[in-house]
Ligand binder design. Structure first.
Ligand SMILES: *[C@@H]1O[C@H](CO)[C@@H](O)[C@H](O)[C@H]1NC(C)=O
Ligand SMILES: *[C@@H]1O[C@H](CO)[C@@H](O)[C@H](O)[C@H]1NC(C)=O
Ligand SMILES: *[C@@H]1O[C@H](CO)[C@@H](O)[C@H](O)[C@H]1NC(C)=O
Ligand SMILES: *[C@@H]1O[C@H](CO)[C@@H](O)[C@H](O)[C@H]1NC(C)=O
Ligand SMILES: *[C@@H]1O[C@H](CO)[C@@H](O)[C@H](O)[C@H]1NC(C)=O
Ligand SMILES: *[C@@H]1O[C@H](CO)[C@@H](O)[C@H](O)[C@H]1NC(C)=O
Ligand SMILES: *[C@@H]1O[C@H](CO)[C@@H](O)[C@H](O)[C@H]1NC(C)=O
Ligand SMILES: *[C@@H]1O[C@H](CO)[C@@H](O)[C@H](O)[C@H]1NC(C)=O
Ligand SMILES: *[C@@H]1O[C@H](CO)[C@@H](O)[C@H](O)[C@H]1NC(C)=O
Ligand SMILES: *[C@@H]1O[C@H](CO)[C@@H](O)[C@H](O)[C@H]1NC(C)=O
Length: 658
């Protein structure tokens, strides 16, 4: 059997859209920014003509009786400003809306909790529209809008009848995009080993849609909660309290591979730096790990932005380094120990020091790009000192894993170990392998239980573990367990990705650790949970950009036991695609990269057997065919150019792109 792989490397083409294909059926983003409910989940009491509310028609629904309600299902996570027509009402007719992401919290008298958590699970309540109602079009204010929900309950709160029609939602997320489906990247890979063969494709798009739903107008952020019911989504002041910020270490990569939309990240970083503590240099708690800055800017190639924030960036880094003590590791003060919400992050914490190591590496790289070789060298020296201390103080050779800190009885954490491998704090492949294996001790049928927070499966950290587990068994396994649970459980919105959940699969993430046992408070659209989207592009499809915007690149697919895969992403330089089908390879002039194929024996490039048995070959622009013998199969790879207005790949799957 031949499993060919094609690789498309693009010519400059700004704003290019991803090719059309069967994958589009799995894109959750709606075709219009005005969306309507797709079905009636349930009706209670007396509601005549409820079905009219889900159709694109003028059909009216009449509620009779106090407490009669209808539950509308929008089919997936949505968010924005509702409007509907009030066709008939008496002077005393009144009604309310209640919202929920999970079907678990559908109720005519409560919404799920978005503004604050409460043990009683009734912090948000309902949104009431009091008598007398005005006939005609009713539209929510910006403050009244609901940021994310799937189910809307409309309940009559009076014995008098009420007739409504024409309900719709004007989506407010992604305010800077007119077409929510104008993706710049795509992904498609059947997974016959899973109960849904389209799982991986759906998951990739679920991650992308999650990041879209998290991208909001900076004047429509969550406002201060009042002690009484309700919410106000009209706060200004930038995305500081908005959902896009905290998760950039993961979500920025998702935004890159699917959307090529790094503007929200840049805005968030701008706010972070502008609100830096002028005395200490500390950045706000809600910000992204500072390392995200280096790598994102690196990808975006936006050196002007680096220059703009450089003084603040280096000051923030000095602040982090000021916590390094005589052990060689940073000693995290209790005030900064919270991190993603885990327990016990203070002291010589592993995850923090892995992040600091990575930050020093990217800072050194940025300093080089700015021409400051001596600063670059100094950062590099400091990074090696951290790496040495990390391995000396925290490595537990018996367990084959890093300890969380240097205290007695320290646990072996999921975050510090995943990040150590991911950020190259380790010293050998053997060590990486031991950690990868060690991490599987935490696995349950629905994902790894994080030892650093009781009863918690945390897709943020799971995302880092997912990215590092490139071996085929691991990619399939952790993805299918953790994200396979999240995407299909009837507790989730089955479209965007959960903040976290518990060992038994309940929504009680952090129930005992700050969320007041309020299962209704857990977020169902959390950018930090989208790690598989970039991982599938970087590893399964195998496209990695090694210098700014992909002027140089690395193609190294991890076949992951899958029969085929294809996908692509865009940068300012154009579109990069890979497909395991075809038999030639072409790159545009001016780019250069390395192709690494799995398998055994020498590579064949353009039917010429390579002189060495290396598994990699460095290629400049031109047409090539590469093959290599795998254990039982041969793999072939194609790289073809992408040109404006032309079919850039003619296997019948791609459309012309203009
Ligand atoms: C989910 O499915 C289970 C098993 O069918 C059922 O008992 C439960 O009520 C469902 N939950 C929701 C929220 O629909
Ligand atoms: C809220 O609604 C539920 C039905 O979903 C009902 O059982 C309960 O009595 C209601 N509570 C109040 C206070 O009205
Ligand atoms: C913000 O929204 C809340 C809730 O809808 C509303 O009470 C408040 O007046 C709004 N504030 C502004 C400045 O519009
Ligand atoms: C409607 O029902 C609610 C809950 O049972 C009750 O509190 C309220 O007084 C009723 N309203 C009217 C006008 O009957
Ligand atoms: C239906 O709703 C839309 C969107 O709010 C509005 O533009 C339109 O005027 C409404 N139609 C009627 C007949 O009220
Ligand atoms: C740098 O930080 C100061 C506060 O210390 C702030 O006033 C300034 O706006 C920041 N500069 C940038 C470019 O963010
Ligand atoms: C390197 O670490 C030392 C000691 O912690 C510190 O004084 C120095 O500022 C650091 N250098 C850089 C470039 O951050
Ligand atoms: C990992 O770090 C070592 C130095 O400790 C370095 O030689 C190696 O190149 C690094 N690997 C990568 C992939 O950056
Ligand atoms: C961990 O969580 C479980 C489930 O909520 C609970 O039963 C147990 O007591 C918790 N253990 C600790 C040490 O908090
Ligand atoms: C699942 O665990 C949570 C605590 O995390 C607990 O509140 C809940 O009752 C458990 N559910 C079941 C069905 O055991």
């Amino acid at each position: 059997m031949l499993l060919p792989l094609s690789v498309l490397l693009a010519l400059p083409l700004c704003g290019a859209l991803a090719p059309k294909g069967p994958w589009d059926a799995f894109n959750f983003a709606p075709t219009s920014k005005i969306v309507k409910p797709v079905s009636i989940r349930s009706v209670s009491g007396n509601v005549r003509g409820a079905q009219g509310l889900v159709q694109n028609s003028a059909a009216q629904a009449t509620f009779s009786g106090n407490g009669s309600f209808v539950v509308l299902d929008w089919g997936k996570e949505v968010g924005g400003i509702l409007s509907m027509t009030i066709n008939d009402a008496t002077p005393s007719s009144r009604f309310s809306f209640s919202f929920t992401e999970s079907a678990e919290f559908i109720s005519p008298n409560q919404s799920d909790d978005s503004c604050r958590s409460a043990a009683t699970q009734n912090a948000d309540g309902v949104q009431s529209f009091l008598a007398p109602l005005r006939k005609g079009l009713l539209t929510q204010t910006i403050g009244q809008q609901r940021g994310g929900f799937r189910f809307l309950t409309i309940v009559s709160n009076d014995a008098d009848p009420l007739t409504i029609s024409n309900i719709s939602l004007a989506i407010t997320f992604m305010p800077h995009w007119d077409d929510l489906r104008a993706y710049r990247g795509y992904f498609f890979a059947p997974d016959p080993g899973f109960h849904d063969v389209n799982f991986l494709t759906k998951l990739w798009y679920a991650g992308a849609y999650t990041v879209q739903t998290n991208t909001i107008d900076s004047h429509q952020a969550r406002g201060p909660c009042t002690p009484i019911d309700g919410w106000a989504n009209n706060a200004s002041g930038g995305p500081v309290d908005g959902p896009i910020l905290g998760d950039c270490g993961i979500s920025t990569h998702t935004a890159l591979v699917a959307l090529n939309d790094l503007l929200p990240t840049k805005n968030a970083l701008t706010v972070m730096f502008s609100t830096q503590d002028p005395a200490t240099g500390a950045l706000q708690y809600s910000g992204p790990p500072i390392n995200a800055h280096g790598s994102d800017t690196y990808i975006a190639g936006d050196l002007d932005f680096v220059k703009f924030v450089w003084a603040n960036y280096t000051k923030a880094l000095n602040f982090l380094e000021s916590h390094v003590d005589e052990t060689g590791l940073a000693n995290v003060p209790a005030a900064f120990q919270n991190d993603w919400g885990r327990d016990g992050g203070a002291g010589h914490n592993s995850a923090f020091n892995a992040l600091l190591y990575r930050t020093l590496i990217t800072a050194s790289d940025l300093a080089t790009q700015l021409g400051d070789q001596s600063l670059a060298g100094a950062y590099l020296v400091n990074s090696t000192l951290i790496k040495r201390a990390y391995n000396n103080l925290l490595w537990d050779s018996d367990a084959g894993m890093f300890r969380d800190n240097d205290m007695a009885n320290s646990i072996h954490p999921q975050d510090g170990n995943s990040l150590a491998v991911l950020f190259n704090v380790t010293t050998s492949a053997t060590q990486n392998k031991a950690i990868s294996k060690g991490l599987t001790k935490f696995w349950t049928p629905i994902g790894p239980l994080s030892p650093e927070l009781n009863d918690t499966i945390i897709p943020f950290v799971g995302g880092f573990e997912h990215i590092l587990s490139q071996e085929k068994a691991h990619v399939g396994s952790i993805t299918r367990k953790e994200w396979g649970y999240m995407l299909y459980t009837n507790l989730s919105v089955q479209s965007t990705l959960l903040e976290g959940f518990t060992a038994n699969g309940s929504l009680g993430y952090r129930a005992a650790a700050g969320y007041d046992f309020d299962h209704a408070y857990t977020s169902h659209a959390h950018g930090w949970a989208t790690g598989p989207t970039p991982a599938l592009t970087f590893y399964v499809v195998g496209i990695q950009l090694t210098t700014a915007q992909g002027a140089s690149w690395k193609i190294a697919p991890v076949l992951s036991g899958l029969p085929s895969a294809e996908g692509g992403l865009s940068t300012g330089l154009g579109f990069f695609g890979v497909k395991w089908k075809g038999h030639c390879l072409e790159t545009p002039a001016g780019t250069e990269g390395e192709v690494t194929l799995p398998g055994t024996g020498p590579l064949t490039v353009d039917n010429r057997v390579q002189p060495t048995s290396s598994n990699s070959v460095t290629l400049k622009g031109g047409k090539h065919t590469i093959t290599r013998r795998a254990l039982r199969t041969r793999f072939m790879y194609i790289l073809t150019p992408f040109q404006k207005g032309k079919m850039f790949y003619s296997m019948g799957k791609y459309d012309a792109v203009s």
